[in-house]
Ligand binder design. Structure first.
Ligand code: SAM
Length: 313
C-alpha cells in the first residue's frame, strides 16, 4: 500500500516530510482499490486523497506534485484499508455532502441518500406556499418543521440551513443518532433556539405546546421489511434500526401518519420518503389516518419515493 513508499527506514508518523508526490500515491490508491474490486476506484481514490490532503477538487490538482507528508500517507493508507475491507466510502471519509451541507457521518447513522435530497425540496416548496398564503392574509410567523428519525440530521438541518428562521425539531430514538445530529448542528453554527434535537420515539419528545401547530412533518423512516434482503454494503455496515421497520416494512410509516394528524396545523403537510413499492399502501394509510390531498411524488429517476398528505383545513 501507499505507506510502503516510506520504506523500512521511514521516520515515525508526523516526524518529517516524505518524498513521494501525491500524484503517485493517488495512482497507487486507484490501482489498489480497483484490484480489490471497488467499483469507481478512480473517483473514490480521489475522494480519499482529498481527505488525506485536506484539499478539495481544483485545489488538489494544483498540489498533486507536492511531496506527501508522513501523516498524510498514514491517513491515506488507513482509509484505503478500510475501503478494501468493504466499509462504505462515506464512513471511511467520515463526512458526506447533502444538499448544501457537509455532514459528519459514521456507523452510528444512515448514510444520507441523494433521493432524500428531493424530500427536502417538497418541504421547502410547502414552506414557500404557506409563507405566501400567510402574507396574503397579512400574517407572518416562523414555520414549525419536525424531522422524525433524523439520523445524521440531514433533512432537518438542510431545511434549517435553507429556510433561515424556521423552527426545526429533529427527533431520533437512537441516542447515537442524536449525538451525531447534535454534532452536525453545532458544526453548522446554527445552534440556538430555532433548531433542537430531541431523543425519543417519533412525536413523544416534542414540546407539547406544538401540538396542532406543526406546519410540516417530514420523515425518512425505516421502511424495510424484516425479511427483505439488503445489499451487503448496506446490511453489514448501516444501523439495522435505521432501515428495518418490522414484519411489513410499513409499521413506522403507518404510525407517523396516524399520529401526525394531532400535531399538524390546519392544512399542514406530511412529507415522507417511502420504499419504491410502497406507494399504494402508504397512500391508503394516509387516507385511513384522515389526511387529505394524498399524493405520491417521483424521485429524479421516476420512482414513487415521496408521499405527501395534508391535514384538513
Ligand atoms: C432511514 S433512517 C433516516 C435518517 C435520516 N433522516 C436520513 O434521511 O438520512 C431512519 C431513522 O429513524 C430512526 N428511528 C427508528 N425508529 C424510531 C422511532 N421510533 N422514533 C424516532 N426515530 C426512529 C432511526 O434511528 C434512524 O436514524
Amino acid at each position: 500500500m501507499a505507506g510502503e513508499h516510506g520504506g523500512p527506514g521511514a521516520p515515525p508518523a508526523g516526524a518529517e516530510e516524505a518524498t513521494v508526490p501525491w500524484r503517485a500515491l493517488l495512482a497507487e490508491a486507484v490501482a489498489t482499490l480497483a484490484d480489490g474490486g471497488v467499483e469507481g476506484a478512480e473517483v473514490e481514490a480521489r475522494r480519499i486523497v482529498e481527505e488525506a490532503t485536506g484539499r478539495d477538487g481544483a485545489d488538489l490538482l494544483v498540489h498533486l506534485d507536492e511531496p506527501a507528508t508522513v501523516n498524510g500517507v498514514a491517513a491515506l493508507d488507513a482509509m484505503v484499508a478500510r475501503r478494501l475491507a468493504g466499509e462504505p466510502l462515506q464512513y471511511v471519509l467520515g463526512r458526506w455532502g447533502f444538499r448544501t451541507l457537509d455532514l459528519m457521518v459514521d456507523r452510528r447513522v444512515l448514510i444520507p441518500r441523494p433521493e432524500t435530497e428531493g424530500v427536502v425540496d417538497h418541504v421547502l416548496a410547502e414552506l414557500a406556499r404557506r409563507r405566501d398564503e400567510m402574507a396574503a392574509s397579512g400574517r407572518a410567523a416562523p414555520p414549525v418543521v419536525v424531522d422524525l428519525g433524523c439520523g445524521s440530521g440531514a433533512i432537518g438541518l438542510a431545511v434549517a440551513a435553507e429556510w433561515r428562521g424556521a423552527e426545526v425539531h429533529l427527533v431520533d430514538l437512537s441516542a447515537d443518532a442524536v449525538a451525531v445530529a447534535r454534532a452536525n448542528l453545532a458544526g453548522l453554527g446554527m445552534a440556538g433556539s430555532t433548531v433542537a434535537v430531541h431523543h425519543g420515539s417519533w412525536f413523544d419528545p416534542l414540546p407539547p405546546d406544538r401540538a396542532g401547530r406543526v406546519d410540516v412533518v417530514v420523515s425518512n423512516p425505516p421502511y424495510v421489511a424484516a425479511d427483505e434482503t439488503l445489499p451487503p454494503v448496506v446490511a453489514d455496515w448501516e444501523p439495522a434500526d435505521a432501515l428495518v421497520s418490522g414484519p411489513t416494512g410499513l409499521e413506522a410509516v403507518e404510525r407517523i401518519l396516524t399520529d401526525a394528524v394531532s400535531w399538524l396545523a390546519p392544512s399542514g403537510l406530511v412529507v415522507m420518503e417511502i420504499g419504491a413499492t410502497q406507494a399504494e399502501a402508504a397512500r391508503a394509510a394516509a387516507e385511513a389516518a384522515g389526511l387529505v390531498e394524498v399524493d405520491v411524488r417521483p424521485d429524479l429517476s421516476g420512482r414513487d419515493r415521496a408521499l405527501v398528505a395534508r391535514a384538513a383545513r
